[in-house]
Design a protein around this ligand. Structure first.
Ligand code: NAD
Length: 434
C-alpha cells in the first residue's frame, strides 16, 4: 500500500497487511524489530525471542461493588522477556486496555530497560476499567484481587510492577500489602513507585518527566537549540507531562501549549505549569486558565513550537497529523505515541525524535533505585538520586546518539539496535533450557 499525506509529497511503503493508521500496538513493536533485524548479525538466530512474549497471564477479577452487586473485570500481566533479569514494568487502569496493548508495553519495557542498561527484562500489566466510575474502596478491592491473581508470577526477584496510567503510590501500597499478606512477610521490593513511608524512593514521582527533560536537553545541545526561551508544546499533563513541563519551564524554556483529555490551551507569552496545575486541581480542567486561549484538539499538532512532548497515550502522532508538526525535536514522554509510518515522515522532514524507550526511561531508572534501596534497606537522598538519574540518562543518550551517527539511522533505530543486541547476547549466552 502506498500512502501520501496531504501536505507531503513523500510516499510511504506500508506492508500490505497493515492499515498505517490503525495497526495494533504489538504490531508496531514487531515492525520496529523487523527494522533492526539487519543490524543484529549473528544474533539474528535468536530474534524470534523478541517477537514472542515469554509469559502471558489473563485474569478474571470478580469484586463486590459498593451497591452489593458483583462485577467482573479483565486483567493482564505480560512478561515479555527475562533474559537480562526479572520482568519490570507498570500497571495501567484504562477502559481501552487490551492484551495487544499490554504485550506491546511489556516489549517496550524490555527495550527501555536494556537501553539504559538496567538489570531487568520487560513486563507490563493492566486492567480494562475506567477508574473514574469506581469509588476508592471499589478500586482497592479490584487492585487487591488483581494482585492476588497475578501473585502467581510476580515477586521481588521475578517481576516487579510499578505505576502507569491511572495508577499511583496508593495503588502500589495496596499491591505491596496484598502480596505481603499472601507470602506472610512484608515484601517492599515487589512493586516500585510506593509512597515514601513504605519504602518508596525520593525523586520517583518526577523521575519520568525529569528523564524527558534530561534527554530533551541533551538532544537540544546536539541540535544547537538554546534552552532559554525554547518553545515547548506538551500533550498530557499527568505524572509525566506535568513534571516535564515544570522542569523545562524551570530551565528557562517557554511552555506554549498544553493538551490533556479535557482540552488544549495555548499562550504566546508562555504558560506557568504551576498555575496550570493549580487551575486543573481547582476546576477539573485545563481550559479556562487565565492568559491562555483554547484551541481544538487537532490544532495542537500545528502549534508553532521548537520541542513537542507527547506525554499522554500511544498512537497520537499518525499520518493524519505528522505532516503538520512544526517542532524540530519530539521527545516522547508517552509510550508508543508515534506510529511507524509517521516516524518515517518525521525523519524525512528532518525532525529529530528522542524515542519513548529512551526519553521516558527515567521512571524505571528511579524504580530500579527504589528496588535496590529496598533490598539494602538503606535510603539515598533526593540529590543522590537525581544526580545518578541524570548521569545514567545523559550517558545513555550520548552513547546511543553515537550509534545513530555511526549507522546513519534514527535515534529510535539506534536504541533498538543496542537494546536488541544486549537482550539477544544474554539469550545466546544463557542458551536454551533444557
Ligand atoms: P497520567 O494518567 O498521570 O496522565 C495522563 C495524561 O494524559 C493526563 O493529563 C490526561 O488528561 C492526558 N490524556 C489522556 N487521554 C488524552 C487524550 N486523548 N488526549 C490528550 N491528553 C490525554 O499518566 P502518566 O503516568 O503521565 O503517563 C503518560 C504516558 O507516559 C503513558 O503513555 C505512560 O505509559 C507513559 N509513561 C509513564 C511513566 C510514569 O512513570 N508515570 C513512565 C514511563 C512512561
Amino acid at each position: 500500500m502506498t500512502v501520501t499525506t496531504p501536505d507531503s509529497p513523500i510516499k510511504h511503503q506500508i506492508p500490505s497487511y497493515l492499515d498505517p493508521n490503525n495497526i495494533g500496538p504489538y504490531e508496531i513493536f514487531l515492525e520496529q524489530v523487523e527494522r533492526v533485524t539487519p543490524y543484529l548479525g549473528h544474533l539474528t538466530k535468536w530474534v524470534e525471542t523478541l517477537k514472542r512474549p515469554k509469559r502471558i497471564l489473563v485474569v478474571d477479577i470478580p469484586v463486590h461493588l459498593d451497591d452489593g452487586t458483583v462485577a467482573h473485570f479483565e486483567g493482564y500481566r505480560v512478561q515479555h522477556n527475562t533474559s537480562r533479569g526479572p520482568a519490570k514494568g507498570g500497571v495501567r487502569f484504562h477502559q481501552d486496555v487490551t492484551l495487544s496493548e499490554v504485550m506491546a508495553l511489556s516489549a517496550w519495557m524490555t527495550i527501555k530497560n536494556a537501553a539504559v542498561n538496567l538489570p531487568y527484562g520487560g513486563g507490563k500489566g493492566g486492567i480494562r476499567i475506567d477508574p473514574r466510575n469506581y469509588s476508592q474502596s471499589e478500586l482497592e478491592r479490584i487492585t487487591r484481587r488483581y494482585t492476588s491473581e497475578i501473585g502467581l508470577i510476580i515477586g521481588p526477584e521475578k517481576d516487579i510492577p510499578a505505576p502507569d496510567v491511572n495508577t499511583g503510590p496508593q495503588t502500589m501500597a495496596w499491591m505491596m500489602d496484598t502480596y505481603s499478606m499472601n507470602v506472610g512477610r512484608t515484601a517492599t521490593g515487589v512493586v516500585t513507585g510506593k509512597p515514601i513511608s513504605l519504602g518508596g524512593s525520593l525523586g520517583r514521582s518526577d523521575a519520568t518527566g525529569r528523564g524527558v527533560f534530561v534527554t530533551g536537553a541533551e538532544a537540544m545541545k546536539k541540535l544547537g537549540m538554546p534552552m532559554e526561551g525554547a518553545r515547548i508544546a506538551v500533550q498530557g499533563f499527568g505524572n509525566v507531562g506535568e513534571a516535564a513541563a515544570r522542569i523545562f519551564h524551570g530551565a528557562g524554556a517557554k511552555i506554549v501549549a498544553i493538551q490533556d483529555v479535557t482540552g488544549t490551551i495555548v499562550s504566546e507569552k508562555g504558560i506557568d505549569p504551576a498555575k496550570a496545575l493549580a487551575h486543573l486541581k481547582a476546576t477539573g480542567k485545563i481550559t479556562g486558565l487565565e492568559g491562555t486561549e483554547e484551541i481544538t484538539r487537532d490544532e495542537f499538532w500545528s502549534v508553532d513550537c521548537d520541542v513537542m512532548v507527547p506525554a499522554a497515550l500511544e498512537k497520537q502522532i499518525t499520518l493524519a497529523n505528522a505532516g503538520q508538526i512544526r517542532a524540530k525535536l519530539i521527545v516522547e514522554g508517552a509510550n508508543g505515541p508515534t506510529i511507524p509510518a509517521a516516524d518515517d515522515l518525521l525523519a524525512e522532514k528532518g525532525i529529530t525524535v528522542v524515542p519513548d524507550v529512551l526519553a521516558n526511561a527515567g521512571g524505571v531508572t528511579v524504580s530500579y533505585f527504589e528496588w535496590v534501596q529496598d533490598f539494602s534497606s538503606f535510603f539515598w537522598t533526593e540529590e543522590e538520586i537525581n544526580n545518578r538519574l541524570d548521569r545514567i540518562m545523559q550517558d545513555a543518550f550520548r552513547s546511543l546518539w553515537d550509534v545513530k551517527e555511526q549507522h546513519g539511522v534514527t535515534l529510535r533505530t539506534a536504541v533498538y539496535i543496542v537494546s536488541c543486541t544486549r537482550v539477544l547476547e544474554a539469550r545466546a549466552l544463557r542458551g536454551l533450557y533444557p
